[in-house]
Design a protein around this ligand. Structure first.
Ligand code: HEM
Length: 418
């Protein structure tokens, strides 16, 4: 972070506010744990549920989409068809939710503009970059986080580890001042709060946007070499600058993808292994299984609950009539446990094939950061096993449990390694 002059980032006015736990507490999300028996029951009736799943599970409706009619897709085949069919299905319904969290993110776009901007952003996350990060920055950042609790012999891996390393990596990648990192993390995560608590969510969005505008102005005035933020802030397409709304939308989504999906995804992989000590032992004996263990954790309990789509014209899906503007949620945890797709779908089994799981989405909007996320998780798991040969669940505490609704993962992972 070479000599950038910036005012400090502005935190929530209530500096004691905890956006990370608020997401679980508000709207009762943390109380939703094993959604799968109910998904199996509903899917057996029909792969398409005509109603609001949140309300069905006793939760308050999502403030950003409650004015829309709600339909949920629980079957893998139907969900996959919708996510791949951009002739008939649009992402525009995300304007209500992601469009508010992050602004003009590529997730809210349809073709042709989606393809144009996605191609541009994807260049910064290609195989060459991932290899470079794998050999340097990713292990360095992860090792530094492990250093903070290594001596103790025990830890709570969600608040001390998984919540931190993916965010620290992105923060460092953008080369932002370390002194602002903690507040930046709080705000990035806090953007999602508009779903339950509009005032807090708006505060996070306004403070983050204000800060990003100052950084982007700096990197335009004095672009840095080999700097992702300078590259994106100054990018052009066919000789025209990329609109500010798209630049800021990307940065806000990027900070958040690192701050929520990645941490919940890796927490879930660890929960699966800690809950199945025999499979953790198998992994210790054979590190080549690490990628399979990660895919299985993501299949078993994907962190993202719903992908939103709306039809471009009136359609009927499995007997349910759907109009443009209706909110159709493709329910990834239900797709990933569809018995038509995976045998023994409720079992966590790192030896199984997971091809076709949908934790990163499917189709043209499939996660742009999936290769980075996989690289981070593989290195994190490998370093944990290297540094803690006796890693195990701490049986003085309840076993880890995956829960939540909008984002799912274990609230805590108490471990010992002494
Ligand atoms: C385990 C970690 C992650 C999971 C489970 C995950 C999940 C997802 C899912 C399900 C989508 C599809 C949304 C849709 O089709 O409606 C998506 C899109 C996206 N993800 Fe991730 N993500 C993860 C990590 C990351 C990371 C580290 C980045 C950072 C580069 C990232 C950036 C994005 C972007 C920019 C999109 C939008 C792609 C588009 O609309 O074309 N994600 N992610």
């Amino acid at each position: 972070m070479g000599g950038e002059s910036l005012p400090r980032i502005r935190d929530f006015a209530d500096v004691d506010y905890n956006p990370f736990t608020a997401a679980r507490e508000l709207g009762g999300e943390g109380a939703v744990t094993d959604v799968h028996p109910e998904f199996h029951r509903l899917r057996a009736e029909s792969p398409v549920f005509d109603g609001d799943l949140r309300v069905h599970f006793g939760l308050a409706p999502d403030l950003t989409t409650k004015h829309l009619r709600q339909v949920a897709v629980l079957g893998h085949e139907v969900g996959k068809a919708i996510l791949n069919d951009t002739d008939n299905w649009s992402n525009s319904v995300y304007v209500n939710s992601i469009g508010v969290f992050f602004g003009r993110s590529i997730t809210t776009m349809d073709n042709p503009e989606h393809a144009i901007y996605r191609r541009m952003f994807q260049q910064s996350f290609g195989p060459g970059m991932i290899k470079q990060w794998k050999d340097g920055m990713i292990p360095r950042v992860i090792d530094a986080v492990i250093d903070t609790f290594e001596e103790r012999g025990h830890a709570e891996l969600v608040s001390e580890f998984t919540l931190n390393f993916p965010f620290h990596f992105i923060h460092e990648l953008l080369d932002l001042p370390p002194v602002d990192r903690q507040v930046f993390h709080r705000l990035a995560f806090g953007q999602l709060l508009v779903t339950f608590d509009k005032a807090r969510g708006d505060e996070a969005i306004a403070n983050l946007q204000h800060y990003l505008e100052m950084v982007v102005a700096n990197r335009r005035a004095a672009p840095r070499e080999d700097d992702l933020m300078s590259m994106i802030a100054n990018a052009e397409i066919d000789g025209e600058p990329v609109p500010d709304s798209v630049v800021f939308g990307f940065f806000r989504q990027l900070m958040n993808a690192a701050g929520d999906t990645s941490y919940n995804g890796f927490s879930t992989v660890l929960a699966g292994l800690l809950m199945h000590p025999d499979q953790l032992e198998t992994l210790r004996q054979d590190r080549s299984l690490i990628p399979k263990a990660i895919e299985e954790g993501l299949r078993w309990n994907p962190p993202v609950m719903l992908l939103s789509r709306t039809p471009k014209q009136p359609l009927e899906v499995c007997g349910v009539k759907i109009e443009p503007g209706d909110h159709v949620g493709v329910v990834l945890p239900a797709l990933n446990r569809d018995p038509a797709m995976f045998d023994r779908p409720d079992e966590f089994d790192i030896s199984r094939g997971t091809r076709g799981h949908s934790a990163f989405g499917l189709g043209p909007h499939i996660c742009l950061g999936q290769h980075l996320a996989r690289a981070e998780m593989e290195i994190a798991l490998s370093l944990l096993l290297d540094r803690f040969p006796k890693l195990r669940a701490d049986d003085a505490y309840p076993a880890p449990e995956v829960g939540g609704f909008m984002l799912r993962g274990p609230a805590s992972l108490r471990v010992r390694f002494d």
